[in-house]
Design a protein around this ligand. Structure first.
Ligand SMILES: Nc1ncnc2c1ncn2[C@@H]1O[C@H](COP(=O)(O)OP(=O)(O)OP(=O)(O)O)[C@@H](O)[C@H]1O
Length: 290
């Protein structure tokens, strides 16, 4: 893993918090170019009743890359994200993160491994302040158990952890330049500010790889530029990104590798130039509902 200069990582960075003993450790694979694979999806399948949402999707995401996952509406992108991060149990296939089989683990375990996806701010979070929203994900990761808060000898440790946590929250807020909205209720934020909060929440779990589902939807052009700068900055610090986004130009301009899904499986992948000139991709989009 590369050194990271952005000061948004916790003191525990790099130490994989006990992430489930029943997962298999395999040697870390490489791409055909010999680069490290951060995420490997193989033959992934997911059905909902009679609907096949994901149908044998296979792809790899290179460590430290910014990879785009595109495809017409209903291609299976979100379901793929959900199967990777444990929201859905896949019916078929495997998911490996940094060479470890993580197929079917739950979202918390997934975050413990360092793989996290952004979530829309849920309704129940809307009444909480930005600060409170950011305290939550990291608290879970620290495994706050009841005994910690009731046993006198543990109280000092908890207080120290709270202080560190708060420091980290402010580092993240500062990184995204949103300190001024720390006390605002999440429900009152603009679309762009919400996206920044979603990213901030994901960063609080101290990830290695972020899966972003339409991070620019509803974001005005000025904030979109800012958000992109932040993503590029994090990426330069070694984070890996897999981004689902409908804005094709944005993906082509910012990702070095693009995966195209169609009808639940991977139709094409390559550098942006290969994708824009691929006739099967053009056909899928023209025939699809985009
Ligand atoms: N929970 C669900 N129950 C039933 N069908 C679902 C569910 N989630 C997704 N689907 C169906 O699975 C297919 C793939 O959906 P998915 O949302 O993964 O595609 P997508 O590529 O993300 O689409 P979009 O770009 O429109 O968000 C669609 O036909 C969708 O209607």
């Amino acid at each position: 893993m590369s050194d990271r200069s952005v000061n948004v990582r916790s003191a525990e960075t790099g130490t994989n918090i006990d992430a489930g003993a029943d997962t298999e450790s395999v040697s870390r694979p490489t791409t055909e170019h010999g680069d490290d694979v951060e995420l490997a999806v193989n033959g992934l399948g997911k059905r909902f009743g009679g609907i096949t949402a994901v149908d044998g999707a296979s792809f790899a995401v290179e460590s430290g890359s910014m990879t785009g996952l595109i495809g017409p509406n209903g291609a299976g992108k979100s379901t793929t994200f959900n199967c990777i991060t444990g929201i859905h149990q896949p019916d078929a296939g495997t998911v490996a993160f940094q060479g470890q089989d993580i197929t079917g683990i739950n979202p918390y375990e997934c975050a413990d491994y360092g793989l996290v996806r952004t979530f829309q701010i849920a309704r129940e979070m809307a009444n909480m302040t930005v600060l409170e929203n950011l305290m939550l994900p990291a608290k879970h990761q620290r495994g706050e158990a009841l005994w910690r808060s009731v046993m006198p000898f543990a109280r000092r440790e908890v207080a120290q952890q709270e202080r560190e946590l708060l420091e980290r929250v402010w580092d993240v807020l500062e990184f995204f330049e949103i300190e001024h909205i720390a006390e605002e209720k999440a429900g009152t934020l603009s679309g762009g500010q919400r996206k920044l909060l979603e990213m901030s929440r994901a960063l609080m779990t101290d990830p290695e790889m972020l899966l972003l589902d339409e991070p620019f939807a509803g974001v005005n052009p000025t904030l979109e530029k800012k958000l992109l700068e932040h993503i590029h900055e994090l990426r330069a610090d070694g984070y890996t990104f897999l981004i689902v986004e409908h804005d094709m130009d944005l993906i082509m301009d910012n990702c070095e590798h693009v995966i195209v899904m169609h009808q639940g499986s991977v139709l094409a992948e390559g550098v942006p130039g290969q994708i824009t000139s691929n006739e099967r991709v053009i056909e899928a989009y023209l025939g699809g509902d985009v």
